[in-house]
Design a protein around this ligand. Structure first.
Ligand code: HEC
Length: 486
């Protein structure tokens, strides 16, 4: 505990630039103290990474507990757990809801029971299975905060959650990988000074990898009534949302309340190999259901308020109907042409805007994208942005649904990068951010700007900030039904 506090403090004071030195010093200390664990390497030491980057100073806030990066990545690929085998035995095409509910139960198990809400999802408390975090998300303005390990994501623009939403609000995320996923993170980061860009090319993450992300928001219940009876955490967040192109300066932060809005899950499932290898599922918090706690139940029933929004395993690359979407939803609209997306038709589901052409997307996501369109741009170097369109700064004269646009809606096979000249990171955007952060920190002192030259020489926003529910500065798809019918 003490080590992390000091480490977080050092990084904050040094603005992250001394991170490598700190890691090296820490690695030497850890090597001397490392406990013997069954999957420890037989030679050499595992690299150590900082737990987080930003923690409030003690005179402002005394943390009862700080975030610990789960980084003892398995050195060998673990055997598939029975619980994952059961999940992979469900036919997601026919039984999408049991698959989605099964994946959620797997993610919640051991992370929520018998504890205060504030202590949920500390990986080290899970007695059922190990979960792992991606390193190098601690760096700079979008760095991990030290209370829960949350990282900032894009804004949620007004009216995208509900008609009563008057303001833009912030979002913060925590992603966890199960043991097969952890082994792949460990392969990429086996040498802390040289992330391996080739290891995910051959076959991506192991089949049976499950990744989950909890997405919290500053949105008050009055702006989104379905957040009633919320799951809340205290976190060290930005006072106001800031777009920081490449990391500095660090915007002022405060300890404030965030509430759970969305859970995202990705499952590496070989049955989806033809469309990219992953099944994506998303869930929205709906506290209007407000279930009562059952006697003897080990967890707070509020976790039951998570409702599946849908599932997608492919992009339906040729479907260009419903281009205008439903960015400010009054009810959820379904596009019957989509064969590789399933959307929940339960009337209790809070109205969803969904994504491009009504493909699957979550309530906090950009309505011009989809789970898979953003994640397919997981690559290094960062040649393409995660969104097909980013706003008026974009000089490509894009046509909504045109060939350049539809590059984001391809079904790329496992191991194929979005851009030919890049290296695929198999849909992991945390890993893309992690590698970009590391190389950015490494080259910054020499005046390097890593991937920037690829994007028309403009300074590029961090991948996490590109997220958000509606595009900035106009929506080229708003009248797109006309364009498409030409
Ligand atoms: C607008 C782009 C965008 C869209 C749309 C999007 N994501 Fe992500 N996602 C990200 C970024 C950026 C990260 C990494 C940053 C972080 O975790 O804070 C991420 C992280 C994740 C993670 C953690 C693993 C990883 O890749 O690092 C999961 C799981 C995930 N998303 C699932 C989903 C699902 C399911 C959907 C659809 C409902 C979705 N995402 C839609 C951008 C997007």
């Amino acid at each position: 505990m003490k080590r992390q506090l000091i480490l977080g403090g050092v990084l904050l004071a040094a603005g992250g630039l001394a991170a490598r030195d700190v890691v090296q010093a820490q690695a030497a200390r850890d090597e001397a103290q490392a406990p013997v664990v069954s999957w420890a390497p037989t030679t050499g030491s595992l690299p150590r990474f900082p737990d987080f980057g930003l923690l409030p100073p003690p005179e402002i806030f005394t943390a009862e507990r700080v975030f610990k990066l789960s980084q003892d990545y398995p050195r060998a690929e673990p055997a598939m757990e029975p619980a994952v085998k059961q999940l992979l035995a469900i036919d997601y095409n026919r039984d999408w809801k049991p698959y989605a509910n099964g994946a959620l139960a797997y993610v919640l198990a051991g992370n929520i029971e018998n504890r205060a809400m504030q202590n949920s999802f500390y990986a080290e408390d899970n007695k059922i299975r190990h979960w792992y975090h991606v390193p190098w998300m601690h760096w700079a303005d979008n760095g991990r905060e030290g209370l829960h390990g949350l990282t900032p994501e894009g804004p949620i623009r007004a009216k995208s959650l509900s008609p009563t939403q008057t303001n833009w609000w912030q979002t913060y995320a925590l992603a966890i990988y199960n043991a097969p996923g952890g082994s792949a993170i460990g392969r990429v980061w086996a040498d802390a000074q040289n992330p391996d860009l080739t290891t995910l090319k051959a076959r991506g993450f192991p089949v049976g990898t499950v990744v989950a992300k909890l997405m919290f928001t500053t949105t008050p219940v009055s702006d989104a009534p379905f957040l009633s009876n919320p799951i809340e955490w205290q976190a060290y967040i930005k006072k106001t949302f800031s777009f920081t192109p490449t990391g500095f300066p660090i915007a002022p932060r405060e300890v404030n309340t965030v509430r759970l809005l969305q859970v995202d899950i990705m499952v590496r499932d070989s049955r989806a190999d033809a469309t990219g290898g992953w099944v994506f599922a998303t869930y929205v918090y709906n506290g209007l259901q407000s279930p009562k706690r059952s006697p003897g139940q080990a967890f707070d029933n509020r976790w039951r308020n998570l409702m599946p929004v849908g599932l997608m395993w492919g992009q339906d690359p040729t479907v260009t109907s419903h281009l205008a979407g439903n960015a400010e939803p009054l009810k959820t609209m379904i596009n019957p042409d989509l064969q590789e997306t399933r959307i929940n038709t339960d009337p209790a589901l809070p109205p969803q805007h969904l994504g491009f052409g009504l493909r699957l997307n979550g309530p906090a996501d950009n309505s011009l994208s989809s789970c898979k369109s953003c994640h397919s741009v997981s690559e290094y170097p960062d040649i393409s942005l995660v969104l097909p369109y980013i706003g008026p700064g974009d000089k490509r004269n894009l046509i909504c649904g045109g060939p350049e646009w539809m590059r984001w809606f391809r079904n790329l096979p496992v191991g194929q990068p979005f851009d030919k000249a890049s290296n695929p990171l198999d849909n992991s955007l945390s890993l893309a951010i992690s590698i970009t952060n590391f190389l950015d920190a490494k080259t910054r002192r020499d005046g390097g700007f890593n991937s920037l030259q690829y994007w028309h020489g403009q300074r590029q926003m961090s991948k996490s900030n590109q997220r958000g529910a509606v595009p900035d500065g106009g929506d080229p798809c708003a009248n797109a039904s006309m364009v498409a019918s030409k």
